[in-house]
Design a protein around this ligand. Structure first.
Ligand code: NZQ
Ligand code: ZN
Length: 387
């Protein structure tokens, strides 16, 4: 295990009705709020009215930014930056899923930056002095509620890229599992795949002596395998929604990669280009790509780790590493299908002609991945086998 700093300062307010605390939490970090949300789910569920009433009762002035789309666009980021500057806002309250929260982080970083916030995604600018954000999470998936990352789409460039800095970690996040009861089956499944994928990205590394990290990772995978199908059958099952919600945060707050050199993240890089091209839901893209990545990188050197997952997560009783590894990957593939996720790119409208463009974008800054470095031809090969 390597030396590490573990820094996860977000205050988690977990449980039913914890939203009632946001007034006092906001006032610890800001006075004037940008209230950011998506395309209508919070109005339908009544959450919007609740937030407005709490802000009013707490005498917190606010301006709204609505209509933030899944795969959040730079146009919303620019609009949010303008609203913050024009109205002297010093805090962002993001109420929604990963897209609303990510958009809010990019706005937070963009307010004090003289250029265009897309520069952060293109590695042309450093994130400095963002305004603080707090979140009310409504979808268990990304882990953004407890980390410093944001992923933004740029329609002008047909591109989607990530930015990140510890200063973008929310100061607080409300995790009320009942707020996810209204998430539909498709998004519940995609979210579960996303949580599992974050674990895969940090589990499949060559680090040795990280038994505790791997054991936590395996528990989070087992949590998703147990509770994903229950949440699909019983959308208002509190236990299932609560376990998935906490799994979402723990899977990508730095916990399971601490003490390791780094995560892999190649599959995420490949997926972001799928979402950039046809607005595919992130978790659905991962469901297609991850089993293909696993099969592509499986070899005599990497088999031991896939075999470990097979034995500890999928209960595969097989002594030969390669045989166990293949069975474990099969289980991942079958589980994603059982969740109702697509299993091939052609199923969601991709054609051979997209492969070269996407692969070039994935490798724009050089090879990707850690468990196995992938050059542009490797990336093309994974897309091809996923077609
Ligand atoms: O826009 P609204 O009306 O709110 O509807 C959303 C949206 O249509 C709906 N939804 C959210 N909560 C709901 C609900 N519907 C009913 N009831 C609720 N309680 O669900 C749809 C999808 O929402 P979205 O926020 O896009 O989903 P998710 O949370 O999966 O976020 C996906 C985005 O996060 C990025 C992805 O790339 C994608 O852009 N990621 C962010 C990461 C991070 N910051 O650390 C890591 C991830 O790997 C990921 O890349
Ligand atoms: Zn993800």
């Amino acid at each position: 295990m390597k030396n590490f700093n573990f820094y996860a300062p977000t205050k988690i307010l977990f449980g039913k009705n914890r939203i009632n605390d946001i007034g006092k939490e906001i006032l610890q970090s800001g006075k004037r709020v940008l209230f950011a949300y998506g395309s209508g789910s919070i109005k339908k569920s009544g959450l919007y009215d609740k937030v407005v009433s709490i802000l009013n009762q707490s005498n917190i002035p606010f301006v709204e930014l609505s209509g933030i789309q899944p795969n959040p666009r730079m146009s919303s980021v620019r609009e949010g930056v303008r609203l913050c500057r024009d109205n002297n806002l010093d805090f962002i309250l993001a109420v929604g899923g990963g897209s609303v929260i990510d958009c809010s982080k990019a706005i937070a970083a963009g307010v004090s930056y003289h250029g265009d916030a897309w520069d952060f995604m293109m590695r042309k600018a450093k994130i400095e002095t963002p305004i603080p954000i707090g979140t009310v999470l409504t979808l268990s998936a990304t882990g953004t509620e407890m980390n410093g990352n944001a992923v933004i789409s740029n329609d002008d460039e047909s591109d989607k890229r990530a930015m990140g800095d510890d200063s973008l970690r929310p100061v607080f996040s409300v995790l009320d599992p009942t707020l996810t009861y209204t998430v539909n089956e498709y998004q519940t499944s995609a979210g579960t795949v996303d949580i599992m994928s974050h674990i895969f990205e940090q589990y499949f590394t060559d680090d040795q002596g990280t038994f505790i990290q791997d054991s936590i990772a395996e528990s989070i995978l087992k949590t998703c395998i147990k509770y994903g199908p229950i949440a699909l059958k019983e959308p208002d099952n509190y236990e299932a929604r609560a376990n998935l919600m906490w799994a979402s945060s723990l899977a990508l707050n730095g916990l399971t990669v601490s003490g390791k050199l780094a995560g892999d993240w190649a599959t995420h890089d490949l997926e972001h280009q799928l979402s950039a091209i046809n607005d595919l839901t992130h978790g659905a893209g991962l469901a297609i790509l991850f089993p293909n990545w696993m099969e592509f990188v499986l070899n005599d050197k990497t088999a031991y780790k896939f075999a470990q997952m097979a034995r500890n997560v999928w209960n595969i009783n097989e002594s030969d590493d390669m045989v166990a590894a293949k069975k474990g990957i099969r289980c991942v593939r079958d589980f994603f299908v059982k969740l109702g996720m697509p299993s091939s790119l052609s199923e969601v409208g991709f054609k051979d002609e997209h492969v070269d463009v996407m692969a070039d974008k994935v490798c724009m800054f050089g090879p990707v991945g850690m468990f196995k470095r992938l050059n542009v031809d490797d990336v093309k090969a994974i897309y091809q086998r996923a077609l």
